[in-house]
Design a protein around this ligand. Sequence first.
Ligand code: ADP
Length: 501
Amino acid sequence: MANHSNGSSKDSFTIPEIKFTKLFINGQFVDSFSGKTFETIDPRSGEVIAKMAEGDVEDVNLAVKAAREAFDHGKWPRMSGYERGRLMMKFADLIEEHIEELAALDSIDAGKLLTMGKIVDIPSCIHLLRYYAGAADKIHGNTLKVAGEYQGYSLKEPIGVVGHITPWNYPSTMFFLKVSPALAAGCTMIVKPAEQTPLSALFYAHLAKQAGIPDGVLNVVNGFGSTAGAALSSHMDVDKISFTGSPEVGRLIMEAAAKSNLKTVSLELGGKSPLIIFDDADVDMAVNLARLAIFFNKGEICVAGSRVYVQEGIYDEFVKKAVASAKSWVVGDPFDPQVQQGPQVNKTQFERVLRYIEHGKREGATLLTGGKPCGEKGYYIEPTIFADVKEDMLIAQDEIFGPVMSLMKFKTIEEAIERANCTRYGLAAGIVTKDLNIANRVSRSIRAGTIWVNCYFAFDPDCPFGGYKMSGFGRDQGLDAMEKYLQVKSVITPIYSSPWL
Ligand code: ADP
């Protein structure tokens, strides 16, 4: 049984005041066109936190109209990169003044640890915004050597109106992974946050306005995927969709783009990341890393190290220690600073994870620890470890998005590489070894967008992040992410006036 903290009463910790529940369109908080609302739920208890304005086709149309006007005739794409960067810096400063409140909004909405929100999530959003603010005045084209008596240059121009469709596991980080480079590029945008976590995006919209970002540049339309999300991805006046979420919805978005205006699309679609631990590893360090890689953020993280491959020489010791370390992982109220794992985001997700656990048992994997709900109410699940997992089992192939580790034993490097690569995903991988040759060889052989050697979850705005294979395409973070929001124009002029002109 996992260590469940008792401090799980809703009243034990300070609950943030919910200030913003409407849609944010053209610089104003407005009700939805239909007047409809939907409930956002506290995963600690299943109780309603707030009723949110529910955007649909009409609201998306209004938001796109505002973003189109701000792009076609407004100041934002026309001002210097330096000026855009200054406003983005101001936006970042305002966020810094509200870290505690913003972290609390994500905690209550998504069950995320408040402490982590304060020291990791929200500061990393500020970092992202400042990184791209610094890049806004460094967007360069090239001079082109054109054959004949011509000269040319290329211009990088903002792609236009962007739709960002985000998931619920990192409401703030996902918002800024997408919004920051798009703002720096000079785009205007509509964000459609996940319906499970609609709160913090509206606060950011409010702060963007305070910072002086012009009306219409950043719009937020909460609502459901099949209505508001679908309206955005099929809109004729949206030039690009940047999406993070499931492969199924990624496919729908590509279809919608293909059937409408052939807008460009970038997709980050999750993963089933391997963590490969070699015989020469420090076992205690490897156990800590493996625990973090799967139980952090309750396994609701696209790069979770959900498949742990351990070399045979240290396998038995690793298993014993991993089980003990999972049992000492504290599950409970995410507002409690002692807690390491909060509740799953909602009932649907909670039940889905439990179904996968039952499936794992039926498939013949050995349940070493966990496997059950915990706590008296809310959507808490024990940190769970399966051993004897085989690659053809569903729990080794599907992204469970919960605190479920699959342990597997391997003999040789070749075998580890082969097995690590055998899912349809390719988002990230971890390697634990002291041998540089092994680290380099495996890093180059794994088909994934991020490789962590002797660490995990080491993120920085400067490191491009995204998938290989069915984990998607296009990169968030780094200067590569700017490219998604820019397009290139070639301008060619004659050097001498041609006699026939
Ligand atoms: P998850 O499985 O993590 O909930 P989803 O892919 O279902 O991820 O959702 C991610 C985002 O995609 C959410 O903002 C959701 O509302 C949105 N979404 C869901 N269905 C569609 C759709 N048909 N078109 C556009 N967006 C959608």
